[in-house]
Design a binder for this molecule. Structure first.
Ligand SMILES: [Mg+2]
Length: 238
């Protein structure tokens, strides 16, 4: 048996790293904007700003996921229209949420091949995804990728404490761990903070909340595509 590769454990993010996610939120933002502008006169960008502000304010109460997003859309719609919005339109918002939850998942180009390549290279491959448990479990199942992972972890926040806890629980040293994902805030900075390695794979659509500027000198590796990950790990080990 060949020696364990370095890093021994490679973890991947789910939303917008292995499958498309934000594109559904963008569609919902557009339909929500259209719906509200039937009732109020304001610049379309202002509707987006108010909805994002409600979402951020509610994260502590609802966590990440579609259900919390639906509640934030309802709250914004009621506030912005001074509670004049008819129930039929609120029902339309509920329909948007249902559409998001049932929407077929579109895998990111190369997702299955890359996970398989990482396994074949001897890495232990984890999926670490954040959000509502039911929603994420359903996405993992629909992705068809679940069987390819050695471990699937669904967490409610991706901060240094979460990563530290996961590694401790499974006896993995930070030096033996690398994370790859599209969110600077969730997949890169907290991983560097615990002394592990991080690969940043930007997605053209990323939720505004996840976009943060890395500090100068932050030691992550940026990749153009998920498909570049196996080679980047080989280069790192060499
Ligand atoms: Mg993501």
């Amino acid at each position: 048996m060949s020696p364990a590769p370095c890093p021994r454990v490679v973890a991947l993010d789910g939303d917008d790293t292995l499958w498309e996610n934000e594109t559904n939120f963008v569609t919902s933002y557009a339909r929500f904007r259209e719906l509200l502008l039937r009732h109020v006169d304001m610049p379309p960008a202002e509707v987006d700003r108010l909805l994002l502000a409600t979402e951020k304010r509610n994260l502590k109460a609802y966590g990440y996921g579609v259900k919390g997003f639906v509640l934030s859309m309802l709250e914004t719609a009621i506030d912005v229209t001074d509670a004049r919005i008819p129930a039929s339109d609120l029902k339309e918002i509920l329909g948007l949420g249902r559409w998001m939850l049932e929407h077929p998942l579109t895998p990111i180009d190369g997702a299955a091949e890359v996970v398989t390549a990482l396994r074949d290279a001897g890495h232990e491959v984890w999926l670490i995804t954040k959000g509502d448990l039911f929603d994420q479990e359903s996405k993992v199942a629909r992705s068809g990728l679940a069987e390819l992972f050695h471990r699937v972890e669904i967490v409610s926040e991706k901060d240094p404490a979460t990563y530290r806890r996961l590694l401790e629980r499974h006896g993995v040293e930070p030096a033996d761990f690398a994370m790859a994902g599209n969110a600077m805030r969730s997949d890169v900075l907290p991983v560097l903070a615990i002394g592990a390695r991080a690969f940043f794979i930007p997605h053209p659509l990323t939720w505004a909340h996840e976009v943060v500027q890395p500090h100068p000198g932050a030691a992550f590796v940026e990749l153009k595509s998920l498909r570049d990950l196996p080679a980047a790990l080989r280069a790192m080990a060499a």
